[in-house]
Ligand binder design. Structure first.
Ligand code: GLN
Length: 339
């Protein structure tokens, strides 16, 4: 069969779940340079991109209309359940999520850890609103459909598609506040490229690292996990604050290789003794956090985030706490990607 089409020649069925963000944003005519996220629906978005109907049979549903700075557990759970249902009932061959770019990487990583199956899930956004000169949304959406509709995209987990690059949920991160060239994978680069003329070029095999799939916890909320950002002159106050507000886990956005001051370390050690899960990540953009280098993780009962940045380490910490995992070796293993 031709790529993207099954043996009978029918187009792949793509479910588009719209959540809001700049891709659905419009300029506010009263203020130059200002615009509002999430003003147009997924349906309207797709209608604005010529040629999509030749790539796939698209069906859009509106899950929310929010800027992704307001992304929350409720929308995450709704997305995860809808995607799983569509796959389990064979209603769709792939899913596209339209999303704001601010927390796109967190939603991608959350879904990568909870959705079962090998059908493609693509998350897409844009940096410029639909009404801007050279809006990047329509091109990104077209490329997202190309990727979601292609059988070679199976078994690759959740992928972010923006600005001609296909990036894995574990690696992808926003690197520039305003440029359209913002999403990068600092540790391992994109998993592929896509453009309207050349199609898709994957640089990696499908499959990738082994992933556990976590169950969604009952209720509409993940456990409270705080990120504490380290810096010069760091004291214990932010850690004590997190504990007094009921944090079940603390992710350290450490300096360097996940380091922090003596007083902050002492507070983290005390937190771990109380049963709070302490994960050392880093404020540094790239690299891995390594166990037992300057900090005695074995003695303190800490876990290191490896290559996961603080905001993704937070999501995994939440899922692990919700799953009742407490054994240190098992916790550490969950953070380490093995191929
Ligand atoms: N470029 C964007 O998508 C940013 C808009 C908004 N802050 C959001 O994340 O939804």
């Amino acid at each position: 069969a031709e790529p993207g089409k099954d043996a009978a020649g029918s187009l792949p069925r793509i479910l588009v779940l719209a959540t809001g963000g700049t891709i659905a944003g419009q300029a506010d005519p009263r203020a130059t340079g200002a615009y509002k996220s999430g003003q147009i629906t997924g349906e309207q978005l797709m209608a604005s991109v010529p040629g999509l109907d030749k790539l796939a049979k698209l069906n859009a549903e509106q899950i929310s209309s929010i800027g992704s700075q307001d992304m929350n557990d409720k929308v995450w759970f709704a997305l995860a359940r809808r995607i799983q249902d569509a796959f389990d009932k064979n209603e769709a061959d792939g899913v596209i999520i339209t999303h704001g770019t601010d927390t796109l990487e967190e939603t991608a990583f959350f879904l990568d850890n909870v959705v079962r199956g090998d059908k493609p899930v693509v998350i897409v956004g844009s940096m410029r609103p639909a009404s801007a000169v050279s809006a990047d949304g329509p091109g990104n959406l077209y490329e997202a459909v190309q990727v979601a509709a292609d059988p070679r995209s199976r078994g690759r987990g959740v992928m972010a598609v923006l600005n001609d690059k296909i990036q894995g949920a574990r690696s992808v991160t926003k690197t520039n506040t305003t440029s359209i060239e913002t999403f990068g994978s600092p540790n391992d680069g994109p998993i592929g490229y896509v453009d309207t003329a050349g199609g898709i070029r994957f640089l990696t095999q499908a499959g990738g690292f082994k992933r556990a799939t976590y169950q969604l916890p009952a209720g509409e909320q993940l456990p409270r996990v705080e990120i504490v950002y380290s810096h010069a002159n760091m004291d214990a106050v932010p850690i004590e604050d997190a504990i007094s507000h009921g944090a079940k886990g603390i992710v350290l956005a450490g300096v360097g290789d996940g380091n922090t001051s003596k007083s902050a370390l002492d507070a983290l050690e005390a937190a771990a003794k109380k049963g709070i899960l302490v994960v050392r990540s880093t404020r540094v953009r790239s690299g891995f956090v390594t166990r037992n280098v300057e900090v005695d993780d074995d003695k303190n009962g800490f876990v290191v985030s490896e290559d996961l940045n603080p905001q993704k380490a937070r999501v995994l910490t939440q899922l692990l706490i919700a799953s009742g995992v407490t054994a240190p070796a098992e916790l550490q293993k969950a953070f380490t990607a093995t191929w």
